[in-house]
Design a protein around this ligand. Structure first.
Ligand code: FMN
Length: 217
């Protein structure tokens, strides 16, 4: 099959080793960050925060979080171009959604007199909120949509990436507590350009057969 979308998705392979000499340009970073911002989410809740690990001190802090586990991902801290923490708001409130609605009004998407009515969409949050106000399962799912969008965008831009569930969630959330400001990070993303010795770059793409995963009825 030939199609630009399929070409992009076949091109992208999770990087296992980065070329430390190659960094993503500021222009490309700006496009990537805007693509993150444009990610879709349930009721347009946007319950996320993206923390970009870029400076030397931030990398040193991230490096420390690998001291107990997932050392195979540790070299990316200094060799990749950036690592982005994908964080979600585990207690998404009505006030959080008010920011979205007020943005709708500012963007002339809804008139100000419809403000109260717009909160009806919060039903989708309520369906996923327990008695303590926790809705992290729902907000975390939204964050993975942003991750998927990020992977496709980066492939389009021919920038390599490594999704990282192999992080020490406890240490990452402790180390970046201040920046996360109540949000939780369970997954990160390294970006950059793969090294010539990247083992995965040479392997063929492998996926289950279409018949196994897709049912047309
Ligand atoms: C949510 C998520 C978490 C992942 N965590 C890691 C990780 O910690 N380290 C790693 O090397 N690869 C990680 N991967 C990469 C997957 O193993 C990889 O996407 C899968 O094997 C398919 O290969 P491909 O991305 O090269 O097509 C992760 C992928 C996803 C989507």
């Amino acid at each position: 099959m030939t199609h630009p979308v399929i070409d992009d998705l076949r091109w992208r392979k999770t990087s296992k080793k980065y070329d430390p000499e190659r960094k993503v340009s500021e222009d490309d970073l700006a496009v990537f960050f805007e693509a993150l911002r444009l990610s879709p989410s349930s009721i347009n809740s946007q319950p996320w925060k993206f923390v970009v690990i870029d400076s030397q001190p931030a990398r040193e802090r991230m490096y420390r979080t690998f001291e107990r586990d997932h050392q195979f991902n540790r070299p990316h801290v200094f060799e990749s171009s950036q690592i982005i923490l994908f964080a979600y708001n585990p207690y998404y409130t009505r006030d959080d959604y008010a920011r979205v609605i007020d943005q709708y009004i500012a963007d002339s998407r809804i008139p100000a007199e419809n403000r109260d009515k717009a909160f009806a969409s919060l039903r989708f949050r309520d369906m996923n909120t327990d008695d303590t106000g926790y809705n992290g399962c729902w907000t975390k799912a939204q964050t993975y949509l942003a991750l998927g969008n990020a992977l496709h965008t980066l492939a389009r831009m021919r920038i390599d990436a490594t999704p990282l569930e192999g992080i020490d969630q406890v240490l990452v959330n402790e180390e970046f507590k201040q920046e996360l400001d109540g949000y939780r990070c369970d997954v990160a993303l390294a970006i950059g350009y793969h090294h010539v010795d990247d083992s995965n770059a040479k392997l063929p793409k492998s996926r289950l057969d279409m018949d196994t995963i897709l049912l047309r009825i």
